[in-house]
Design a protein around this ligand. Sequence first.
Ligand SMILES: C[S@@+](CC[C@H](N)C(=O)[O-])C[C@H]1O[C@@H](n2cnc3c(N)ncnc32)[C@H](O)[C@@H]1O
Length: 617
Amino acid sequence: MSFEITRTELVWPGKYDEDGKRREVERVSLPFQVIERVNESRATREAEKTRNPSLFDIWQGDSGETFEDGWRNKLIWGDNKLVMSSLLDQFAGKIDLIYIDPPFATGSDFSFSAPIGETDQVSVFKEQSLIEEKAYRDTWARGRDSYLDMLSDRLVLMRDLLSPGGTLYVHLDYRVDSHVRLLLDDIFGDKNLRNSIAWCYTGPSRVNRDFPDKHDTIWRYVRGEGHYFDPDAPEARLGYAKSLKAASKATGIYSARDEDLDYDEYDARGKLAEDWWSDVTPVGRIQTEDLKYPTQKPEKLLARIIASSCRPDGLVADFFGGSGTTAAVAEKLGRRWISSDLGRFAVHTTRKRLLGIEGCKPFEVLNLGKYERKYWAVVTFGEDLDNDGLVSLYEYVAFVLKLYGAQPATGLQHLHGRKGSAFIHVGAVDSPVTIDEIVACVDESVALKAKEVHVLGWEWEMGLHDPITDEAKKRGVKLVLRQIPREVMEAQAVDKGDVEFFELAYLDVEIVPTKKKYEVVAKLKNFVIPNPELVPDDVRSKIRKWSDYVDYWAVDWNFSDDTFMQGWVTYRTRKDRTLDLASDPHAYDAPGTYNVMVKVIDIFGNDTSKIIPVKVD
Ligand SMILES: C[S@@+](CC[C@H](N)C(=O)[O-])C[C@H]1O[C@@H](n2cnc3c(N)ncnc32)[C@H](O)[C@@H]1O
């Protein structure tokens, strides 16, 4: 058989199916859950409360395109493939600018560093071990194909999200820039490549047998004709190397060209930056910006991109958001934004970064929650064979048990496995673990004369923690509640053994009335991470008191559905390491019973919440 090659294209294993057909990009649309609303005015918050509360506050996509119409910027926690395909319903053809800085390999960044407590001692929480590094390199050695597979699907989705006048910037280094350019040519058309930008920087290097790598490549593609570009945006312009005025005086050359030329104006306006940018310093050398997020990019870089390529009321997105540089710069330049990342530390870093921007407009934190998990379970463990709405339960439970280091147990009703002498129950993938469910596990353990039971869950019925463990203790059973971490859904994390099941943290909060009418303050009294053995030694050695584990805490004074409406917040910053343990006072308008919800985010990016009913009279 002979075949004719008719065009140049990049081919990698996985691009075509067995029949030689280009694999289609799957477009799954899942609903978003709003888990948190930040910086809303009090009036808006109160108005929201009067809506019909639902168990999960699903984002309906019914807000308008301006803040006046109810638009809120969006920080989304989840895998960007599902996030983007779920955004298509509302945003196909609506995003004006997308910037991405995809990691060299897939998956979130597990290692990160942060200061601990009031000191400025920085600890790296999860340094790659040699074995992990090797695993990473091995994956990569096999993995350029899967990298291209990963990215090509996502680039197709980005193209579909871009507006007709929209622009995409893809930030890469020498290892993959040429491959990705060919991918982009395929997806966007080579005529839509408008720039190959070289971001050049300098810095120390250990390389001395080659020239040190000191530039990145940023491909700039437009969606089609009529793209937006503002050559006059000040961020896109540079000062002349030599003042034109001075030059004209010295040589007379310029004055000969145009006598009416206003040199001061020319000098002030500068020239449009060329496609190599050497005036942007890397973050490591900008103390005021550095959040110690390993791959953080400088704001000046994003400012040039956003100011030149997104109209003033336009929408900017970054689907590999990291520390939130794109969102922060879009916020400062008054553009609307969407940022997503699958790492919890990335989402938390972005949330804090935005809160630190003066006048930051309202934004919401969303995820695909149980829908994403259910989708993952169906893809990983197979379809709902008995048609009862549950995914292949047995395999799901066996998988979680294995990651937890437990063996399956048969013939029991609620208990699924054993680990040493403890029995294990695995919570459903798509619903919270309920109090009844835990009581049933404790009952069964009592009947089996077991002394210890571990319940693993993704989400928990609110407020169940303390009384239920005490109750079990009275019945002679040690009850341990552990969180199934999101990393369970990341094949790479699982392969690397990066999955820890933390015990639910213990949080003690008091709501205290002040002398003023209907006024209260919230006080954080204690926060305990029950698995100190899972905390890396170097972090543990720097912890002096319980509050050192707390990075951020916030209060919703009137929690009424599943969305946390941030009413008061405090957090540590790089500059100010102190943390208030009492909130500002909050005055209610009227007497009544209110549910106060307090949310703590610890230094690992995990959150723990507690609801405290208060009677105000
Ligand atoms: C190179 S960093 C981006 C850094 C960012 N430009 C900044 O200035 O902070 C890449 C980010 O992509 C995230 N990521 C990797 N795979 C992802 C995926 N499938 N979905 C969403 N985020 C992903 C990682 O967690 C990481 O934070």
